[in-house]
Design a binder for this molecule. Structure first.
Ligand SMILES: [Zn+2]
Length: 138
């Protein structure tokens, strides 16, 4: 779930310049991601995101990590969400060439382990686009 979230976030930020989800609720069977957008995503755009994520999953890319200093990371990432007491060494997680971000969470080793990605619902309200996704095991 969490690794799939990385892929969606990376692509949303690239396509719409909205940054990564400002709020994420990870539940047992679904994950809800919220983005600030000026207008709702169309059914075609949502289908395109879904296809994109499944493409990355099928490409079976490696998820790897890299350790760097906060100072070096500052040039590459938005560190505003880093807790004040974070250590000087920070972890960067890469999903192949598709996404990189600072993260302390747990990830699969390869994207093929994610399963099949499906956007189960979406909603747009007050400038916030919510995307809810589920994973189906192959
Ligand atoms: Zn992560």
């Amino acid at each position: 779930m969490h690794t799939a979230e990385h892929i969606v976030n990376g692509e949303m930020a690239r396509r719409y310049g909205c940054g990564r989800a400002f709020s994420a609720h990870v539940e047992k069977k679904k994950t809800k991601l919220d983005y600030h957008l000026d207008s709702p995503l169309s059914a075609e755009e949502l289908a395109s995101i879904e296809d994109y994520v499944n493409g990355v999953i099928q490409a079976d890319v490696e998820v790897s990590e890299e350790f760097t200093t906060q100072e070096e990371a500052m040039a590459r990432f938005d560190l505003s969400r880093l807790p004040d007491n974070a250590s000087d060494t920070v972890r960067v997680v890469h999903v192949g060439e598709y996404d990189q971000c600072l993260c302390a969470g747990k990830h699969v080793g390869r994207t093929s382990e994610i399963g099949r990605f499906r956007i189960s619902s979406s909603r747009y309200q007050d400038g916030v686009q919510r995307i809810v996704f589920k994973l189906d095991q192959n």
